[in-house]
Design a protein around this ligand. Structure first.
Ligand code: NAD
Length: 481
């Protein structure tokens, strides 16, 4: 594992990079290593970026759709080409393993291409013409869009906002997470060269910078992915200027295994949705409900498999998964583990340390399975965002439906069965933005499926036409004959 030169990453405003003040970003798997120096933004930087994006809006929104689409396709090629160089940098910032960082770039590229492929049809005006009236319902971009993203999958989460924003003619100001800002910005610097200056802008910083973006009067749209508590502040900060918001928030996804499920086939796919990114995925499997008849067999088979995982630095090919991303997340997971250890549940620590000598120099946690736990336990009710999952026994289908829906969240969910008809019937009883049948991981995502949550998991949808709809206004034009 060799370290490369530490990048110094500035704001990107109107095609120029700048960094009056910088802060160090540390590797969550090697806390004594600085992996980037990144600009610290202020409300003035936000104002400059938004005004620049606003100035670029007139030209970009007037650019023919076909030309915008062609540039978004070109930007997808640039993003794909940057993955080899930048995925290792992303690993050193967010703590994932290399294939997870590469997947982030790959999914981001796919979102750009899919969105661009839909644009011509999306912009076809809807017209009505009769003896009395000619009506044309047209879609127009909103103006400056702000995107605020977290650290866990920063590339694809950014592209889920950038792709619909730019394709539909808006300009963008992005605020990355301070915990994974550099690789993303270096990729965006290259992508920005495809577009006129000012179409893509980036301002770095913490919550104050995010808040300044949300309240800026020239920002007409906020696309936010992050925690539910932060989203409450976003709603507050956008209230004065009545902005349109899309919120993609936390989840506590249930996986419901039915009594006819094949245990091995279920585990083959389900485990990818539990421990990938060390459990730090919004739609990870966060609680598993098992019929009492197969509970022990399933739990034994699961523990046997999870015990094969090795935890270490993301650039070490031996690592199945890496450290948690930051201190607050690490403390939260350790606290949940402590509470569970001191309860009547059976907390099973599994897996091995790739390098025990460097274990304490990162936010490392071994994978855990919580056996014999209750639906009401903290580990079942809270979003853990870590490598630990509870297994809860149920007695009948109505009970498991009630438990699955007994949550303030409603992002993803899954049903596991050898009978697809039973799967669809059960899926329709679950309150969530998405329900997957016999899958619940990155493999489950398809850009044709609108992605988002209900209840406190969010407002609105991303991906495809639903995602683009969030970045346009409908302008109705009526000629009364
Ligand atoms: P976070 O809410 O702490 O931060 C998200 C972003 O908001 C960061 O860029 C942060 O700097 C910024 N921010 C902080 N305070 C702000 C404020 N007052 N105004 C505006 N912006 C502000 O979340 P996180 O810890 O980075 O990410 C983890 C959370 O994100 C988890 O809850 C996870 O479930 C959720 N998440 C959701 C999805 C989804 O698509 N639904 C995807 C990934 C992560």
């Amino acid at each position: 594992m060799s370290s490369t030169a530490t990048p110094r990453v500035g704001h990107l405003i109107g095609g120029e990079t700048s960094a009056a003040d910088v802060r160090a970003v540390h590797d969550p798997g090697k806390l004594d290593e600085v992996v980037a120096e990144v600009a610290v933004g202020t409300a003035d930087d936000v104002d400059r970026a938004v005004r620049t994006a606003h100035a670029a809006f007139a030209g970009w929104s007037a650019t023919p759709v076909a030309e915008r689409v062609q540039k978004v396709f070109q930007a997808a090629d640039v993003l794909a080409a940057s993955a080899e160089e930048l995925a290792p940098q992303l690993v050193r910032e967010h703590g994932g393993v290399l294939w997870e960082a590469q997947t982030d770039f790959g999914l981001g590229t796919g979102i750009l291409q899919h969105t661009a492929s839909l644009a011509e049809e999306f912009f076809t005006p809807v017209t009505f013409d009769d003896e009395q009236s000619t009506i044309s319902v047209e879609k127009v971009p909103r103006g400056v869009a702000a995107a605020i993203v977290p650290w866990n999958m920063p590339v694809v989460l950014t592209m889920m906002k950038l792709a619909p924003a730019l394709t539909t003619g808006n300009t963008l100001v992005l605020k990355p997470s301070p915990f994974a800002p550099a690789a993303l910005t270096l990729a965006l610097q290259k992508m920005a060269e495809v577009f006129p200056p000012g179409v893509i802008n980036v301002v770095h910083g913490e919550g104050d910078v995010g808040a300044a973006l949300c309240s800026h009067p020239l920002v007409r749209k906020v696309g936010f992915t992050g925690g539910t508590e932060t989203a409450q502040k976003v709603i507050g900060a956008t209230a004065d200027t009545i902005k349109n918001v899309t919120l993609e928030l936390g989840g506590n996804d249930p996986a419901i295994v039915l009594d006819d499920a094949d245990i091995d086939a279920t585990l083959d796919r389900m485990l990818k949705g539990v421990y990938t990114r060390t459990g730090q995925i919004c739609f990870a499997v966060k609680r598993i409900y098992l019929p009492r008849s197969i509970y022990q067999r399933f739990a034994d088979a699961m523990c046997q498999r999870v015990d094969e995982y090795a935890v270490g630095h993301g650039l070490d090919p031996e690592s199945s998964f890496g450290p948690l991303n930051n201190e607050a997340q690490y403390k939260k997971v350790l606290d949940l583990l402590d509470k569970t250890r001191n309860s009547s549940a059976n907390l099973v620590e599994l897996g091995r340390k790739v390098d025990p000598s460097t274990w304490d120099n990162g936010y490392y946690v071994l994978p855990h399975v919580v056996r014999d736990t209750e639906h009401t336990a903290p580990i079942s009710c809270q979003e853990q965002f870590g490598p630990v999952v509870p297994l809860i026994a149920y007695d009948d289908e109505q009970q498991v439906v009630d438990w699955a829906n007994d949550s303030d969240y409603g992002l993803g969910s899954s049903v596991w069965t050898s009978n697809p008809d039973r799967g669809f019937a059960m899926a329709r009883r679950i309150h969530a933005g998405s329900t997957f049948i016999n899958t619940h991981s990155f493999e489950s995502l398809d850009p044709r499926m609108p992605f988002g949550g209900i209840k406190q998991s969010g407002i609105g949808r991303e991906f495809g036409a639903a995602g683009m709809t969030a970045y346009v206004e409908e302008h109705s034009i009526h000629h009364l004959k």
